[in-house]
Design a binder for this molecule. Structure first.
Ligand code: CMX
Length: 135
C-alpha cells in the first residue's frame, strides 16, 4: 500500500525555462537533473516537504512525454506513490484486476524501481508506484 506521495510529474517543453519558477520563485531546493534513457526523458527534481516535483522534458520524439505535450501541452503528467515492496504492490493490483502499464518493475530516475498503472484505471491520472528508498 502507498505510504506517501513520492513526487508529482510535470511535463515541460524545456527544463531550463521551467526550473527557475520552482527553484527561484517558489524557493524549492533544486536537486539537479538526470537523463532517464529508458523513459526517454530528462528530469529535474525539486524538493517540497517529504515529496518532490519532477519536471519532465522529452529527449526523443517518441518519448511518452513528447506525445503528451503534443496532445495536451505542458501540465501535470503523473502522480507517484511510494511503496515498500513494488512486486507485492503490483501483485495486489493485478489480483484486483487493475490495468497496469508495467507488470514488472522498470528503472526510473535515481535508479529507483518504478511501475506505471494505466490512467484509465485511476480516474484519468497516470499513476506511478516507486519503491521506497528512491524517488
Ligand atoms: N495522464 C493521463 N492520461 C494520459 C496520460 C497521462 N500522462 N498519457 C496518456 N493519457 C491518456 C490519453 O489521453 C489517452 O486517453 P483517450 O484514450 O481518452 O484519448 C490514453 O491515455 C491513451 O493515450 P495515447 O496517447 O493514445 O497512448 P500512448 O501510446 O501515449 O500511451 C500511456 C499512454 C499512458 C500508456 C504511455 O504514455 C505510458 O506508457 N506512460 C508511462 C511511461 C511514462 O509516461 N514515462 C515518462 C515518465 C518517466 C519518469 O517519471 O521517470
Amino acid at each position: 500500500m502507498p505510504k506517501k506521495i513520492s513526487h508529482i510529474g510535470i511535463a515541460v517543453n524545456s527544463l531550463d525555462a521551467s526550473i527557475p519558477f520552482y527553484r527561484d520563485v517558489l524557493g524549492m531546493e533544486f536537486e539537479g537533473t538526470e537523463v532517464v534513457a529508458e523513459q526517454k526523458v530528462k528530469v529535474a527534481f525539486l524538493v517540497i516537504g517529504e515529496s518532490r516535483i519532477e519536471l519532465l522534458e522529452p529527449t526523443a520524439p517518441d518519448s511518452p512525454v513528447a506525445k503528451f505535450l503534443e496532445k495536451k501541452g505542458e501540465g501535470t503528467h503523473h502522480l507517484a506513490y511510494e511503496v515498500d515492496d513494488l512486486e507485492a504492490a503490483l501483485a495486489g493490483l493485478k489480483e484486483q484486476g487493475v490495468r497496469l502499464i508495467d507488470e514488472t518493475p522498470r528503472m526510473g530516475a535515481h535508479n529507483t524501481r518504478i511501475a506505471f498503472v494505466h490512467p484509465k484505471a485511476s480516474g484519468g491520472v497516470l499513476t506511478e508506484l516507486c519503491e521506497a528508498g528512491g524517488h
